[in-house]
Design a protein around this ligand. Structure first.
Ligand SMILES: [Zn+2]
Length: 276
């Protein structure tokens, strides 16, 4: 069907792309991202031991979805919301302070980070960051780079395209799939900052989680935080970058302890933190 079209598109692209574009080359289509993400969703659902879905109080997920996630998705800057399948799911594991996004839209957040955060703005910052990874297609761009264009093209053109789903699943089960580069992290923070500007939430809140970790002495430590830091590098640098973005936009620089407009601490405690 459209596989040969993809091949010729790729050939013609080769004549026009710059070095920077090679760096960000992605031979997958948006529809491929959706399909890959759904394959991994199936993997996750088939492994409830490692990914137990949180079910104790369904009102928490409903609240996060309608109040924060859907509110974020209303930002016109989230351009692929009609192509991708943006969904939110909570994984019931208090020892994991993390969230992640799959290609094509599925976002997962652990109860560990939900219980640790203290404001709606901070959670919106985290979710905006994860949506940024999906929108910017960091996973399939990384897959293109990792496996090499010729190898992946062979799969796309070959008899067994389901091999790609197998690769995606294998990548996901290894940390490699989730280990974002510094450039990807910075770009996702930038996106989150921009999305939050279109919401009721303080745009600088994308850094709140890191400020909290820093003040609690949890950066550089081991344990559950190590997992998060291995997939989300350079927390201190990311605080500084967000502060710079705030100054560039002539916005006030607040930290995670602030109760200024756009923070929503009481709402977070009443509807999320104390309901888990
Ligand atoms: Zn990230």
């Amino acid at each position: 069907m459209k596989r040969s079209g993809k091949f010729f598109l790729f050939l013609s692209m080769l004549f026009f792309i710059s070095c920077e574009e090679i760096e960000n080359l992605n031979i997958f289509s948006n529809e491929d991202d959706v399909q890959l993400g759904q394959e991994v969703v199936a993997e996750i659902q088939s492994n409830p031991q490692e990914y137990p879905v949180y079910t104790k109080n369904p009102a928490v997920k409903d609240y996060i979805k309608t109040r924060i996630f859907d509110h974020l998705l209303a930002s016109p800057k989230i351009a692929k919301k009609n192509v991708y399948k943006y969904t939110i799911e909570i994984i019931d594991n208090d020892s994991v302070y993390n969230a992640f996004a799959l290609p094509g839209g599925p976002v997962y957040v652990y109860t560990g980070i939900l219980k640790y955060l203290d404001t709606e703005a901070a959670l919106a910052g985290v979710l905006g960051h994860e949506i940024g990874h999906a929108e910017e297609r960091h996973a399939t761009t990384r897959m293109t780079k990792h496996y090499g264009v010729s190898f992946l093209l062979g799969l796309l053109l070959g008899q067994n395209p389901s091999e790609i789903a197998v690769i995606a699943a294998n990548l996901f089960t290894g940390i490699g799939f989730l280990a974002n580069s510094r450039a990807d992290e910075n770009e996702s923070d930038e996106k989150s900052f921009e999305y939050l500007k279109d919401t009721r939430y303080y745009p600088g809140a994308v850094k709140f989680f890191f400020e909290q970790l820093r003040d609690d002495g949890l950066i550089g430590g081991g344990g559950s935080i190590a997992t998060f830091l291995s997939t989300h590098p350079d927390p201190l640098e990311r605080i500084a970058s967000t502060d710079q973005r705030l100054r560039n936009a002539s916005l006030p620089v607040y930290d995670y302890k602030s109760d200024a407009t756009g923070i929503y601490r009481t709402e977070y405690r009443n509807n999320i933190k104390n309901q888990l």
